[in-house]
Design a protein around this ligand. Structure first.
Ligand code: NAD
Ligand code: DAU
Length: 360
């Protein structure tokens, strides 16, 4: 396999850190540049185990900062971009939609412009000498397809119908990537994935929030009646799918990624309570007493469910573990990593990275 330089944006976040770890460890011949603005959701502690690897570098940069991005492209000459940096939490998009327009739409277009120009004018020759064709990989979400009723699945042909400011901003970014492919012939691939879970997941999202609250005997806020359905995929399986699409996907194509694993929120919360009762030595049913029904999320999408047939058939990707196994590993990780949880949920984390990484 040829030597490549790959710029991964959002690599200090939940999914991005798993993608960075996978690429740094599986492809020692590649140089992996992790570009991240380190917002509240970005945490360099997620990458402690690889931060000293010879093929890894971190750059603190905002994807809205065109000059900063140009410097990174000039210095590192990446021939691949895997773009994950985004504002990712639906509830935050309801209270602050402009942050989502700014990062997810304007940030993505800024990155597209810089990649297009750099690949066309500055480094194309040296990239071609390396034997690697440029590729812009945009990582997106199933939420762009909107909300399903009781049956049916999202396929790559499902029309876009985003319902939240978050999904609208991701849909807009997807459209821009395809438009740059069509108009400027930017080589791209795109994937839309279902809900991820696993280690290093910021505890404002359902699964880590519930694990954290169960452990601390705090109320478990279930929105509405808890009947909304999500299709859960273990984050390391998403990282393996991203690896597959990046290396084997066809330019201009979109791949849906999912785990065929639908759960009603309330059933999932009960399952987590039951697992945690066992792990914490509590009587069965004790943690479930913490379940509290709260006001529903505004415009709450009822159901997401992915048809992952295309990536399975055409690229041979499949999830590697069952939900039971993944959930067990996830709960164990959170119980063993209380310090991480405390850092990300307290202001200490912000001070931590300023103190440790001020020079980056
Ligand atoms: P996350 O919120 O955990 O991480 C986002 C990362 O992006 C953070 O490290 C943050 O510091 C960085 N970032 C944010 N704004 C930035 C900016 N302006 N410039 C540079 N860096 C910035 O998100 P996640 O859950 O890991 O999601 C990663 C990507 O995958 C997103 O694009 C998201 O839409 C997509 N996705 C997420 C899921 C999911 O279930 N979490 C599912 C499908 C797709
Ligand atoms: O489908 C992929 C998307 O999944 C990603 O694109 C998003 O970045 C990611 O955040 C996730 O979006 P959701 O809104 O589905 O995830 P969240 O964990 O916020 O919520 C999952 C479900 O649980 C949803 O129906 C809302 C509900 N919920 C969530 C929270 C935080 C609750 O009932 N209580 C809660 O406290």
């Amino acid at each position: 396999m040829s030597a490549r330089t790959i710029l991964i944006t959002g690599g200090a976040g939940f999914i991005g850190s798993h993608v960075v770890r996978r690429f740094v460890t599986r492809y020692p011949q590649y140089r992996i540049i992790n570009l991240d603005a380190l917002t509240y959701a970005g945490n360099l502690e997620n990458l402690r185990d690889v931060e000293n690897a010879a093929n890894y570098a971190f750059v603190k940069c905002d994807i809205r900062d065109a000059e900063g991005l140009k410097k990174v492209f000039a210095e590192h000459a990446p021939d691949g971009v895997i773009h994950l940096a985004a504002e990712s939490h639906v509830d935050r998009s309801i209270s602050d939609p402009m942050a989502f327009v700014n990062t997810n739409v304007i940030g993505t277009v800024t990155l597209l412009n810089v990649a297009k120009k750099a690949w066309a004018e500055l480094i194309l020759n040296s990239i071609l000498e390396r034997g690697a064709a440029p590729r812009f990989y945009h990582v997106s979400t199933d939420e762009v397809y909107g909300s399903l009723h009781d049956d049916g699945f999202f396929t790559e042909e499902t029309p876009y119908d985003p319902q939240s400011p978050y999904s609208a901003s991701k849909a807009a970014s997807d459209h821009f990537v395809r438009a740059y492919g069509n108009t400027y012939k930017l080589p791209f691939v795109l994937s839309n994935c279902s809900n991820n879970y696993g280690s290093h997941h910021f505890p404002e999202k359902l699964i880590p929030l519930m694990i954290n609250n169960i452990r601390n005997n705090k109320p478990l806020p279930v929105y509405g009646k808890g009947e909304n359905v999500r299709d859960w995929l273990w984050v390391e399986d998403h990282a393996s799918a991203i690896d597959t699409v990046f290396h084997k996907g066809v330019n201009g194509e979109t791949y849906n990624i999912g785990g065929h694993n639908e759960w009603k929120n309330i059933d999932l919360v009960h399952l987590l309570c039951s697992i945690m009762d066992k792990k914490l030595g509590r009587a069965e049913g004790e943690s479930a007493k913490l379940i509290t029904y709260v006001t529903d999320r505004a415009g709450h999408d009822l159901r997401y469910a992915i048809d992952a047939g295309k990536i399975e058939r055409e690229l041979g990707w499949r999830p590697s573990i069952t939900f039971e196994e993944g959930l067990e590993r996830t709960v164990d990780w959170y119980l063993a990593n209380q310090a991480w949880l405390e850092h990300v949920t307290s202001g200490d984390y912000q001070r931590y990275y300023t103190a440790h990484y001020a020079d980056r």
